[in-house]
Each structure stands twice: as C-alpha cells, then as structure tokens.
Design a protein around this ligand. Structure first.
Ligand SMILES: C[S@@+](CC[C@H](N)C(=O)[O-])C[C@H]1O[C@@H](n2cnc3c(N)ncnc32)[C@H](O)[C@@H]1O
Ligand code: SF4
Length: 481
C-alpha cells in the first residue's frame, strides 16, 4: 500500500530554530505521545467509515513482522494523573462481557488480516490494570492471543499490575507466569502515601508496595519492572529521592521513569505550576540515584536496567521503539500502527464500552478512527517513539521508510549535530546530555510540519482539548507510547 499524499500543511519546511524553541516552550506536550493536536494535524488523513476496513486490512497485509497489545480498561480507582483509556467504575460489571468481546475481536482480526501467517515479536497485556481481572479471564485473553499469534523465540511477554492488587491477591500474581507472562510491571509512581492520596490514587504507599514486590518475587517472573512518575506540582527533590531509594529496595530488574504528561488528565490545570527546569532537576536526580544503585541506560532512555545489555522493557515495547515495528492493538481505544496507517479502536474518545461492544457484536472490527498517513507523518511517529530510548536507529529507520535519516531530516540533523544535542554512534543517532536537557525542543525537530506549525502557533500551557469538536471530529485517545 502506498503512503497518502501529504496535505499542504505537511509540505512546508519550517525553520529548525523556531521549531526547537516552540518545542521547549510547549515542553508539556512535545514528547513521545505523537501526534499532537490531531483535530487539525492528522485530520486530512482520516478515512471515511466505509474505507476503514479495506484501508486497514491492506495496510496490515504488508506487515509480516508485528507486535500485539491487548487493552484492559478497568482499574480499582481512577487516578487523577492517568492519561489512559479507563472506564467508569460502574462499567466494571461488564468485565466478563468485555473479555468475550476481546476474544471475538481477536478472531475478527485473524479473519481480516491472517495473523497466523505473521511473525509476532512481542505481546503486552496492558491497561488500565489487566491484573484487576480474575485469573480465569486473563487466561482466556492469553489463550486467544496465543491461538492466533505464533511468537518468535525469546519473546518477553509482559503484564501490568498495581501494588494494591499484587499485595492483596498473591495467588493471582503467582498464577501469571504459568499463563506465559515472563515480565510484570508494577506502577509504584511515588512512595509517599500522602501524595498518592492527593493524586486520587488511594494506595497505602511504601508498606503496600513492599508487600507487593515480595509477592512478585515469589511468583517467579523472569523480569520485574517498577514504574515511577515525576513532574507533579510541588514534588520535592527530597521526596523524589525517597521514592527512588524505596524503588531500589523493591529489587526490580528495571525501573521506568515517566515524566508526568498533563494533557487530557484530571489534573491538567496543574501543568502551569511545573517548569521545565524543575522536571530536569528531578530527571537528573533519578539518573544519579539509580546509577549509584546499579541501574543504567543510554542517555535519555526512560527504562534503566540492572541487567547488563538488557533494555529492561518488554519485547513489545523494545521492538516498537528500536525497530519501529508495526503493532496491532486489541480492545477499547487501542492504538495500531502499520507504517501506512495509524488507527484507534472504538472507545478511545468516550472511554465507555458501548460502541466497542456493539461493533464487535455486529461482527465488525471495532475501528473508531483510521488515518492513512503520508510518509512524513509515519516517520514522525516512529522518531517520536524512538525517544523512549533516547535514540533513533538509522538502520531501522531506513528499513521502515526506504530513505536514510540524513536524507529525511537534513535540516534537523544539521541543527542537532552542530549544537551537540545528538551524536552518531555507528548508525544510531542518540541524545547527548545537552540534548536530553532540551528534549522537548529536540523531539519537535522530527515532527511533521503540520505538528511543528501547531507548536509554533500554540500558547504554552494550553492543554485542554477544543471546547467543541465538529460532529464527526477525528479523535485520538489515550496516547501512551
Ligand atoms: C497503563 S499504566 C499501568 C499501570 C497500573 N495501572 C498502575 O497504575 O500501577 C502504565 C504507567 O503509565 C504511567 N502513567 C500514567 N499516567 C501517566 C501520565 N499522565 N503521564 C505519564 N505517565 C503516566 C504510570 O507510571 C503507570 O504505571
Ligand atoms: S494509573 Fe493505572 S491504576 Fe491509575 S487509573 Fe491509570 S491505569 Fe488505572
């Protein structure tokens, strides 16, 4: 399938210095969650409802290597800081119906694109909180995926949990390795119970997290990751140091550092209280404290590993980030990317189950928005995601897009190399310490022109979605990676 023709907005070339400055000014949104401002920037590429099915099946016909993701949109509580697709508490009663629909959706994709013939390089069960489901329902999902997906040897399959679930339900946690989950990731976020409470997370803090980690260690996963978050309003360096030291005591194999993204969260109004300098100081402290404790990563990589030579991430994430591999997402609001298309399943916008369940019940792929991308948007998507690892792999880029990074981004590369923001190491273009300190500016240089123009025109601090969307407005849901 060919790339879409770029719209006029994507045929411009913008001054790299202005783009870089705009990225820094808009540091809260200039990040790996691409695209930004989809209402205008990728809207020209949105296909009609009638075209969705043929476009998406044609796009995935070429994807012989891919990763799969399954989304579970249930949690015990909705945290105030969360950016993901999570449904209201009263919809949780439909969990079993949701798993029925997931199993049916996977079969629909198999019929549409023939998953059995593909090489599957990663599988993550994420959310939400997939471990909120009973073990039998998790088993049904894992079985449905394995029924259609032939995993490549050595694939590290991952699942997510909260400390509360891991602390209170040890039998469930102990059952997960037997279902084929090699890695578990637990969202600690911060150790301070008061801050967790203020963020609407309602967890018990450090003691509960320690108990959870013990249960995870006993369960016998091959790998254990802990997620931490920084960039909250008023988050002190001392409090953050305590969180980091506490995370090390949990003895994970890897620690992933998430900078708080405010867009579309319940605490988006607090973004203005958090400056780029404060965020930089928190990030630098994390690298020092975790480095002293034996966790390392190349500059700018958000997951630090204690195991030499390992990414510390699941195969699903590693292959997406490092290789720009195509991925298929199943479940409410799940995102899929094929190099030619970016699409979102039903529920990404409204975060309610009804449209998703209805579509699957009718025997249709539950697609909400499908964008047929021009090459500049597909390249921007891959590059933006690459910054999870602080580097763009030039060889992978050339394999995906048939053009060298230097040819695709001559001005951006000249800008970052002349200023010492990035440097080549073989064919990998990685951030330097100076580049990491100015990451929102650097990353913007790889966005498509329509998104760069949006950053230049946009008022910093403007994180709210437009007040009124057109009736059939394209909607991009939970960003995640
Ligand atoms: C899908 S969540 C799953 C983990 C699990 N539900 C939990 O909360 O413990 C994955 C991770 O995303 C991070 N996260 C959540 N909201 C975020 C936001 N607004 N900005 C950046 N990271 C976020 C958190 O660190 C969280 O652990
Ligand atoms: S952060 Fe995790 S537990 Fe909290 S609402 Fe989001 S997905 Fe659910």
């Amino acid at each position: 399938m060919r790339y879409a023709e770029p719209a006029a907005e994507d045929r411009r070339r913008l001054d790299p210095a202005r783009v870089f400055a705009a990225g820094l000014e808009n540091h809260h949104v200039s990040n790996t969650a691409y695209p930004i401002a989809h209402q205008s920037t990728v809207a020209p590429y949105r296909v009609t409802a009638g075209e969705q099915h043929p476009v998406i099946t044609a796009a995935f016909a070429d994807a012989h290597d891919l990763c799969v993701y399954v989304h579970v949109p249930f949690c015990e509580t909705r945290c105030g800081f969360c950016e993901y697709t999570v449904v209201r508490r009263d919809e949780a009663a439909q969990a079993e119906r949701y798993v029925d629909a997931l199993v049916a959706e996977i079969a629909l994709w198999e019929a549409a694109v023939g998953l059995r013939t593909r090489r599957v390089h990663g599988f993550d069960l994420g959310g939400g909180t997939p471990t909120w489901l009973p073990l039998e329902q998790i088993a049904r999902i894992a079985e449905a995926v394995r029924g259609v997906a032939a995993f490549e040897p050595g694939v590290c399959v991952s699942i997510e949990t909260t400390p509360r679930i891991a602390a209170r339900e040890p039998a469930k946690i102990a059952g997960l390795p037997g279902l084929g989950f090699h890695r578990i990731s637990m969202g600690v976020q911060v150790a301070d119970a008061d801050l967790l409470g203020a963020l609407g997370r309602g967890h018990d803090g450090a003691a509960e997290q320690l108990r959870a980690a013990e249960h995870i260690q006993e369960a016998g996963f091959s790998r254990f990751n802990v997620d931490l978050m920084y960039g909250f309003a008023g988050q002190s360096l001392e409090g953050w140091r305590a969180t980091l030291e506490h995370a090390v005591r949990l003895q994970p194999d890897a620690i992933t550092l998430y900078r708080m993204r405010y867009k579309l969260t319940r605490i988006s109004h607090q973004a203005g209280q958090v400056g780029h300098g404060q965020v930089q100081a928190l990030s630098a402290l994390a690298t020092r404290v975790l480095g002293d404790a034996g966790f390392s990563a190349p500059t700018g990589k958000t997951t630090l590993s204690r195991i030499a030579g390992e990414d510390g991430t699941s195969s699903y994430l590693s292959r997406r980030v490092r290789d720009g591999m195509a991925y298929l997402g199943f479940g409410l609001g799940a995102q899929s990317f094929s190099h030619r298309t970016l699409s979102y399943a039903a529920g990404a916008a409204g975060k309610n189950l009804t449209p998703y369940l209805r579509r699957v019940a009718r025997g249709q792929l539950p697609l909400q928005d499908v964008y047929r991308l021009p090459r500049c948007q597909a390249m921007a998507k891959m590059c933006a995601v690459s910054f999870y690892f602080g580097a763009i792999d030039g060889a992978a880029f050339a394999r995906c897009f048939g053009v060298e990074l230097e040819q695709a981004y001559p001005e951006a590369l000249a800008f970052v190399l002349e200023r010492g923001l990035m440097r080549w190491s073989g064919r990998v273009l990685g951030l330097t310490a100076a580049g990491l300190a100015q990451l929102p500016g650097v990353i913007a240089l790889f966005f498509a022109p329509s998104v760069q123009a949006h950053l230049i025109e946009r008022a910093p601090g403007d994180l709210a979605p437009p007040r009124r969307l057109p009736v059939h407005a394209p909607v991009v849901g939970a960003s995640g990676v």
